[in-house]
Design a binder for this molecule. Sequence first.
Ligand SMILES: Nc1ncnc2c1ncn2[C@@H]1O[C@H](COP(=O)(O)OP(=O)(O)OP(=O)(O)O)[C@@H](O)[C@H]1O
Ligand SMILES: [Mg+2]
Length: 368
Amino acid sequence: MKSSIDKIITGKSASAVEMKKLISMVAPSSTTVLVLGQTGTGKELVANALHQSSGRSGPLISLNCAAIPSELLESELFGHEKGSFTGADKARAGRFEQANGGTLFLDEIGDMPISLQSKLLRALEGRTIQRVGGNKDIKVDFRLVCATHQELKSKVDEGSFRSDLYYRINVFPIDVPTLAERAVDIPLIVNVILSQLNEDMGFKMPKFDQGAINALMSYPWPGNIRELRNVIERATVLFSGKNISSSNVKENLLRLKTPDADEERDALWEASEDLMGLGDSSEPAQVEIPLPHPAHYKNWFAYFDSIDMRRHLSEVEIVLIEAALEKFDGMVSSAANALKLRRTTLIEKMKKFMIEKPTLPGSEAKED
Ligand SMILES: Nc1ncnc2c1ncn2[C@@H]1O[C@H](COP(=O)(O)OP(=O)(O)OP(=O)(O)O)[C@@H](O)[C@H]1O
Ligand SMILES: [Mg+2]
């Protein structure tokens, strides 16, 4: 059983080992587990590991309480009978029934509307439910796992979470450590993420050198493993098949130095719109150099809930501009040529992004 947990949750740090030990101890029982931890720490993977090593033959059924409008949540959970509300043209089993014999994972339980909490509590206590619009008691056999990144106790204190429900679900809490707390696991996790990405995408994998790994290990990772995955995915696009150094990590992958005023970003966005007209240029046809394919982003929302698209595109622009300036020893007109931008547009972008010309060792950057 231990090995199936190890396969799902990478990590040899003391806090990861401790967490995996708790998982292996509680998994085979029917005890309710509450998974606690900051965003992106891997709470969903913990639920997965609990189910995989539970020995339960039924499925793992998940419901994200924050992602479903509260008026639909009740029928998602309990199911409904035909005609019970407008649009209910067929009877449907809810997640409780689907999870029969398996595990029910209620993610973001802190977002469960107070109006539904008493109904949930009754279902947990009686292990029977009624579909919306139905009056038949249906027996359900499930193992409950809940997760939240919120302080449930303070929600109880302020009255937005029922205390009886809190005590019902807080039987066996598992704290998922932040990535900063288990920074020693970063080299292992980077390898796991690289091999996952390698299977999914056509890019040649980059190689992080020791300095780059050290830089990743000393970053605070407010978005935890989700953010690390994001950074590595970006690295596969920007540094396909190349070596990545510590300064690449700091400047090109973790760089957050984009102008933060909204209007500045809007101005930037507009300034980059002239890129759209490039297809009409009357320059002689050249051999097209393959670019990272935009389809790479197709699966984005399978992994993430959102993307700051403008910031992300700005970061790609910054990397390309810096690389072009470096290649041409700070000669703005040559860099602009290589980027197929007008010189004035490039200067404008350098100002907006606060990019300076690289200084050459032993000399000033050449003027052009
Ligand atoms: N130990 C690990 N090894 C490799 N990848 C991991 C590990 N833990 C988490 N991940 C990856 O990190 C990402 C975030 O994990 P997950 O969705 O489980 O986090 P979460 O705590 O549920 O986040 P949120 O609070 O945002 O819902 C996923 O892509 C997951 O595959
Ligand atoms: Mg989650």
